[in-house]
Write a protein that binds this ligand. Structure first.
Ligand code: PLP
Length: 377
C-alpha cells in the first residue's frame, strides 16, 4: 500500500508502539493512586508532559492533555467564550476551519454569540487586514488555524497576536495547530496565541490523545469535563497513561530529526507538484506552503471516484479532510473554486517516511484514472 494521506492520520512507528505496549503492561497504575505504582504512573505522565511541552516551546504546566484535537478545540472555544462573557459576545474565525472549530462556533452562535467567518482568497488564506477590518471592542475570541488541513495554507497567526497586543484588545487568540505542530516552525511562547490545540495522531502517536496549551492570560479555565479534577483541575478523567507515553515517544522521534524531515517533506511536495501538474487536466488548488500538504484538482473528474479508484490501485489519498466522508468540502467552497475544479479536488499529504517512488506511483495511478474514465459533463 502507498500511503499519502498523512494529514488524515499517520503510521505509528514501531518504537512508539513498543513504548505504548510497555506502558500498558508495566505502568497500568492509576496516576491518582497513593501507592508506588500510582506514583510511578504520575511521574510518567509528568515526563510525557515535559516532552510534549518542550516540543511545543512552553512550560509543562501550561499544557493540559486531552483525548484529541477535537476536544482541545471545543474546550478552547468554550473556555475563552466563558472567560470573557462579561466583555462581549463577538467571535472571529475563518470559513475554512476544521469542523472541530466550526461546530462549537455554531453552538455558541445558537447560545447568543455572534460569529464572523472570514472567507479566504483563491490562495486559501485569510489576511491580517481581514481580521483588522472586523475586530471590535466586544470581540472576545479570534480562532484562526495555523495550517489548513485541506490546502496546507499557513495563516497569519503571529501577526494577529501582534495586532491584538498593539490594540490592547481583550480578545483571546486560539489557534488550531493540529496540522502545524512539528510541521511548521513555531513556539508557543513566541507565537503569541493564548490557546493552542494539538493532536497526537498527526505526528506518529496513537489516536485518542491531544493537548491544549493555556497561556498566561487564561485564568481558571472552565473545564469541559468535570469530575475528579485531574490535569490540575482543568480536565477530569483518568489520564490515558499509555496514550500519553505514545504521544511523548512520537514527539521525541520527530524532534530528533525535525529539520531533516521537514526539508524532506518540502522537497517531496515540490517534486509531487511538478510530477502531478505534468498530467493533462491537473491544476494546483490554493497556495499552501506547509511542507506536508498539497491540494490539486483533476478538474471535472469527481474526487470521490478518483479516491476510490486510486485506493483500488493501492494508493491512498483523500478528497480533502477525512472527516467529510465524501461530503463536499466547505474549504474549497469558501475559496470560490469553479465548479469543475471543486469537484475534482484531491489532497496528497506526506510524512517523514514518504519516498519519491511513492509519488511516481501516485502520478501513474492518476494518469491511468484520467485515461480510462470520463469526466463529468
Ligand atoms: N483540526 C484540524 C486542522 C485537523 O486536521 C483535525 C483532524 O484532521 C482536527 C482538528 C481534529 O483532530 P482529532 O482527529 O485529533 O480530533
Amino acid at each position: 500500500m502507498i500511503y499519502l494521506d498523512h494529514a488524515a492520520t499517520t503510521p505509528v512507528p514501531a518504537e512508539v508502539a513498543d513504548a505504548v505496549r510497555d506502558a500498558l503492561v508495566n505502568s497500568f497504575g492509576n496516576p491518582s493512586a497513593q501507592y508506588p505504582c500510582g506514583h510511578e504512573a504520575r511521574q510518567l505522565v509528568a515526563r510525557c508532559r515535559e516532552t510534549v511541552a518542550r516540543a511545543l516551546g512552553c512550560e509543562a504546566e501550561r499544557l493540559a492533555f486531552t483525548s484529541c484535537g477535537t476536544e482541545s478545540d471545543n474546550w478552547a472555544l468554550r473556555l475563552a467564550a466563558h472567560q470573557l462573557r462579561h466583555v462581549g459576545r463577538h467571535i472571529i474565525t475563518t470559513a475554512v476551519e476544521h469542523s472541530a472549530v466550526l461546530e462549537p462556533c455554531r453552538r455558541l452562535a445558537e447560545e447568543g454569540w455572534e460569529v464572523t467567518y472570514l472567507k479566504p482568497g483563491r490562495d486559501g488564506c485569510v489576511t491580517l487586514a481581514q481580521v483588522e477590518d472586523v475586530l471590535r471592542e466586544d470581540t472576545v475570541l479570534i480562532s484562526v488555524m495555523l495550517v489548513n488541513n485541506e490546502t496546507g495554507c499557513v495563516m497569519p497567526v503571529r501577526e494577529i497576536a501582534e495586532l491584538l497586543k498593539r490594540r490592547g484588545a481583550a480578545a483571546l487568540l486560539h489557534t488550531d495547530a493540529v496540522q502545524g505542530f512539528l510541521k511548521v516552525p513555531f513556539s508557543a511562547e513566541t507565537l503569541g496565541a493564548d490557546l493552542i490545540s494539538i493532536s497526537g495522531h498527526k505526528v506518529g502517536a496513537p489516536k485518542g490523545v491531544g493537548a491544549l496549551y493555556l497561556g498566561e492570560r487564561i485564568k481558571n479555565p472552565l473545564p469541559l469535563l468535570a469530575g475528579g479534577g485531574q490535569e490540575d483541575g482543568r480536565r477530569s478523567g483518568t489520564e490515558a497513561t499509555a496514550q500519553l507515553v505514545g504521544f511523548a515517544k512520537a514527539v521525541e522521534l520527530r524532534c530528533e530529526r525535525l529539520d531533516a524531515s521537514l526539508a524532506h517533506m518540502a522537497a517531496l511536495r515540490d517534486y509531487a507538484l511538478d510530477k502531478l501538474l505534468a498530467i493533462d487536466g491537473v491544476e494546483r488548488v490554493g497556495n499552501g506552503t506547509a511542507p506536508h500538504i498539497l491540494a490539486i484538482s483533476l478538474a471535472g473528474y469527481p474526487s470521490a471516484n478518483v479516491v476510490e479508484d486510486l485506493g483500488a490501485q493501492g494508493v491512498c489519498i483523500s478528497a480533502g479532510s477525512a472527516c467529510h466522508r465524501g461530503k463536499a468540502s466547505h474549504v474549497y467552497e469558501a475559496m470560490g473554486l469553479p465548479k469543475k475544479v471543486k469537484a475534482g479536488v484531491l489532497r496528497v499529504s506526506f510524512g517523514p517516511e514518504t519516498q519519491q517512488s511513492e509519488i511516481d506511483a501516485l502520478a501513474d495511478a492518476l494518469r491511468r484514472h484520467r485515461d480510462t474514465r470520463f469526466p463529468m459533463l
